[in-house]
Design a protein around this ligand. Sequence first.
Ligand code: SF4
Length: 476
Amino acid sequence: MFDHDRPEEECGIIGIVSKDRKFNAASNIHIGLYALQHRGQESAGIATYQDEYLHIKRGKGLLRDVFKPADFENLSGNVGIGHVRYSTTGSGYAQNVQPILARYWGGMMAISHNGNIVNCKELMEQVVQRGSIVRSSSDTELILHLISIQKERDTLKAILGVLNKLQGAYSMVLIANGKLIGIRDPFGFRPLVLGKIDNGYVISSESAALDVMDAVFEKDIKPGEIIISDGSELKSIDFKKDERNALCVFEYIYFARADSVIDGTSVYEVRKRLGKELARLNNVSADVVIPVPDSGITTAIGFAREADIPFEIGLLKNPYVGRTFIHPGQSERDMRVKLKLNPIRSVVKGKRVAVVDDSIVRGTTSQRIVKLIREAGAREVHMFISSPPITHPCFFGIDTSIKKTLIASRNSVEEIRLFLGVDTLSYMTMEGLSKAAGKSLDELCYACFNGDYPVPVIEDSEEGKLLLEDYRVLEM
Ligand code: SF4
């Protein structure tokens, strides 16, 4: 949240189709995307399809910056897809803003993607060598190119041929031949759900979007499943082979909205159980439990109940301070944390304070938060983190891709404690995490805690960075 000192989600996606040709897909997608704004704040876009034409509006910024009421008159069509983006593979350049459209041998196609293709560089090289002109640096455009060069001239078979080549994380929605297609990779790294509306269907990254779109939850799209619908019929194809499931465990810890249900499990309940588990694993001596808002709130509720210690709001968040420029000076960064969070002195003064947070990436923000709490008069500060130490970068769509920036990759827990300036520092264990999520260790991805990547990745020896060429395009 601050200076990217949290793992950042890459994207949120929505697709909708109705058999009613007067249905305005765009305005419904727009409403749904608001429920996914937490998954990406750098750009937003909606594409719709009508009478063999695609209409699109996309741009940089939040949804409220990109869309104006008049846009929805132009975005006609009963099928559409939408996207909110926080860039990792490919930069935040305008060319990478999604959805991406293309004409191919089957007509017009549009695509929105959440995740990261780890063999992107190798595949991109193949399409360039075959003569394609690549105009963006995103792995999403790569998918369109791969579809276009398939020998198979049936769209669905061509897509299946491409999926065989892709390695990594991808939940995506496409418009092809006027139909809506939803695809979740065989590991199921990113969530994807199917909902029902009158006369049609919705596909979304999270179930919270279905609620605001008045859609009824139908099911989680399974890892390795393709859904195709024209609004009337719904077809499902299973392309999973023997891959294990590997839903990103951070969806439960931090990324997803607490009101979403992922793969049958309520995010809110998992966070509460994480708090309980964290309290059970530690001998907590404190006068008050406070969360780091907003993501630590639910976990702190569970923690306080289990430890039988009063829960209080000890840090107030200013919701009007959005992303700001990253300033180089240390004092500027301190100021930014101060702008976003302010301690409530009466809650922490003279107390032994247990602070509950979800993760520590670089540690700099946590250090500043501790400083604020101490300056407000706390007698002791004990920090409880609901994830294990992040020791490895993520290559599946989360912005923690440089190993040396991860404080736990080069410091012991005791060294981190000293750096943060807390009296005690306690992390969640992998087993505790698995228990709270109600899923076995081999059903989730935990690679950023143990380096056990479900898909092989090539790390740069110096920085632990994915060897992935960024096809940089100068801003127009
Ligand atoms: S490496 Fe970590 S952040 Fe990335 S998908 Fe796996 S659990 Fe999620």
